[in-house]
Design a protein around this ligand. Structure first.
Ligand code: AR6
Length: 174
């Protein structure tokens, strides 16, 4: 698998699937979730609403993932996952790793070969980006998958530097 780091906006990535750092409601929010729904248009929300009316009536659990259309985005699918809120009292690393493992599993089901991830849980959900970067990279590297290209799309230089440090020169930077 080819892993790359990109400084930029995930909604501009031309990939098969891009991952959304959503919340359990699947009905949108701020941050990367807001950007994806804004630029992807109403088709994404319509599919999210249908998921809530069906299989995910109680919401999408933390650490799980589900796909919808990507609407007007230059991708085929959006894979929504729900990261854990950071906690000082409880180690929720396994749930953050699970977001990445489950997103890749859904990508495999779809036949996606290229997947872009944001830095899940490092915004509103409060994870220190250095710790989140290590968990995200470790999970993606250790997951058997047919996905050939994974990019981590980092929105600011601090997140980019944290991911670059966590992979210590072993992945390509763009
Ligand atoms: N492209 C790439 N990364 C982005 C973009 C973008 N367009 N916009 C923000 N980021 P967050 P979370 C970065 O808060 O912490 C939402 O309201 C951002 O700088 O989007 O998992 C959901 O609905 C940060 O590094 O997601 C949930 O309620 C990273 O994306 C909640 O926030 C994640 O920040 C989820 O919180």
């Amino acid at each position: 698998m080819d892993i790359r780091l990109v400084l930029g906006d995930i909604t501009e990535q031309r990939v098969d699937a891009l991952v959304n750092a959503a919340n359990s409601s699947l009905l949108g929010g701020g941050g990367v979730d807001g950007a994806i729904h804004r630029r992807g248009g109403p088709e994404i929300l319509a599919e999210c609403r249908a998921l809530r009316a069906g299989r995910y009536g109680g919401g999408l659990p933390v650490g799980q993932a589900v796909a919808t259309t990507a609407g007007r985005l230059p991708a085929r699918w959006v894979i929504h996952t729900v990261g854990p809120v950071y906690s000082l009292r409880e180690d929720r690393s396994a749930l953050l790793a699970s977001c990445h493992v489950e997103a890749l599993r859904v990508a495999d089901e779809l036949g996606a070969r290229s997947v872009a991830f944001p830095a899940i849980s490092t915004g509103a959900y409060g994870w220190p980006v250095e710790a989140a970067a290590r968990i995200a990279l470790g999970a993606v590297r250790n997951t058997p998958t047919n996905v050939e290209y994974v990019s981590f799309v980092l929105f600011d230089t601090r997140a980019y530097a944290a991911f670059a440090e966590a992979c210590q020169g072993t992945v390509k930077e763009a």
